[in-house]
Each structure stands twice: as structure tokens, then as C-alpha cells.
Design a protein around this ligand. Structure first.
Ligand SMILES: [Zn+2]
Length: 244
């Protein structure tokens, strides 16, 4: 059992990321890749406006957490061989780190898309998804290991499969929650969330059991509904509270 728990703990450490992976180029609709320098400049320009908004939304929900919890660090992964990706991790000092790699940055069509994806990654921290995914994954790994071991099989196999299913059991729900938060953050930072969310038109979605991202149409729907809430509050002279 001790070995089982140790293995489960190792499995969950590897899962502290969320990804947004654009589809590869398609024959009739090639993705225009921008040059690296201007894409990186655009990222820092947008992050300078969006991070303070994300930080203040985060603090409004987590005033009881250490200050680092909402102090987003903005990073670029410059490895040109990595496929497009953006993810949120937690640094050793407890600060959330939002990292975009260069191929992701080069694939963006406008600042609204950068702002939306940044808000999405911040949304995972605000809704405490890493923490919750780790709990789900640990529960899945322990349960899977026990079930397989009781059945006389290799507990390691059960840990791996249980951990994978546990870790992803809520991930589609979490992605939609992060999208909802992203719409609020992008809008408050002065970007167009509807245009920003169109980045999903180029991203992979799936309804398979182990898929981590919901279908793009479902994500766009969710964002459209959130924008409606934001706009109707504005029409009444107010501001929609961030909710997910
Ligand atoms: Zn995500």
C-alpha cells in the first residue's frame, strides 16, 4: 500500500498542466504563422493588461490565500520544436505560472485571442483546478490500484489507469469553467471575448472519455452565453459578477 500511494503521488505531479492545442495546418485553411519576435512582443503587451485584471479577480475569491496565490508569473517557452501549447503550473514559491510557447504565440490572429487564452489559464488557478484535479487523480489512482490488486492483477496498472481517469474526470467541466472566467477577464481588460474565443475554431476538441478538452462548438456556446450575461449587466449600468 505504501508503494501504491507513492506511485499515485508521482502520477499526479505530472498532471499539473492544462493545454490548448491548435489543430495542425489544414490544406484549404493554412494557419498563418506570425514571426516569433512580434508574437512574443504581442504576448507581453497583452499580458501586461490582462494579468492585473486576472490577479484582482483571483484576489476577490482568494483573499484568505497567501499573496503569491494570485500573483501570476508570465513566461514564454522558446523551444521552436514544441507543438503550440499554453499551460498553467505552480512554481516552487507557490506563484501560478502562465506559459505560452512560441508556436502557440505565432498561431494567434489577434490580441483578443491572446487575452482570452491568458484569461483561460488564469481561470484554472482562480477555480483551483490543479488542486481539484490532483485530488480526483489521487482518488482514482488509489481506487484503481486497490481494485486491480484485489483482483490479483498488477496494482501499478490499476494506479496508472485509475489515475488517468480520475485526473480527467472533471477536466472538460473545468475547461468550460476556465472559458467562462476567461470571457469575464478578457472583457474587463478591454478585449473582445467573442473574437478571442474564436481561437477554438482552430483547436482540437473531442467527446472521447479520456479527452481533456470539450468540443469547440460547446466551448464557443459557453462563451457566447457568458458574453450575453456580461452585456446585459452592462446595459443596466452594472457589471456581471465573475461566476462559473
Ligand atoms: Zn484549460
Amino acid at each position: 500500500m505504501r508503494k501504491l500511494l507513492a506511485t499515485a503521488a508521482t502520477a499526479l505531479l505530472a498532471a499539473c498542466t492544462s493545454t490548448t492545442t491548435p489543430l495542425p495546418q489544414q490544406g484549404s485553411q493554412p494557419v498563418a504563422m506570425r514571426d516569433t519576435q512580434s508574437s512574443v512582443n504581442a504576448y507581453y503587451r497583452v499580458a501586461a493588461r490582462v494579468e492585473p485584471v486576472a490577479e484582482s479577480v483571483c484576489r476577490s475569491f482568494h483573499s484568505n490565500k497567501p499573496r503569491n496565490f494570485c500573483d501570476f508569473q508570465v513566461k514564454v517557452n522558446t523551444d521552436p520544436s514544441e507543438p503550440p501549447n499554453a499551460y498553467q503550473t505552480i512554481g516552487r514559491d507557490g506563484r501560478p505560472i502562465i506559459t505560452f510557447n512560441v508556436n502557440m504565440l505565432r498561431s494567434f490572429r489577434n490580441d483578443d485571442e491572446i487575452a482570452f487564452v491568458f484569461g483561460h489559464e488564469a481561470g484554472h488557478q482562480i477555480a483551483r483546478h490543479i488542486e481539484q484535479t490532483q485530488n480526483n487523480q489521487l482518488a482514482g489512482a488509489v481506487l484503481g490500484g486497490i481494485l486491480v490488486a484485489v483482483g490479483g492483477g498488477d496494482a501499478q496498472v490499476g494506479v496508472d489507469i485509475g489515475g488517468a481517469i480520475g485526473g480527467r474526470s472533471y477536466s472538460k467541466k473545468y475547461e468550460l469553467q476556465a472559458d467562462t472566467i476567461a470571457a469575464h477577464i478578457a472583457d474587463r481588460a478591454g478585449y473582445n471575448a467573442a473574437i478571442g474565443a474564436r481561437t477554438f475554431e482552430r483547436t482540437r476538441g473531442s467527446s472521447a472519455l479520456l479527452a481533456t478538452h470539450p468540443p469547440s462548438a460547446q466551448r464557443l456556446d459557453q462563451v457566447a452565453r457568458t458574453i450575453q450575461v456580461i452585456n446585459s449587466a452592462k446595459a443596466q449600468g452594472g457589471r456581471a459578477p465573475v461566476a462559473w
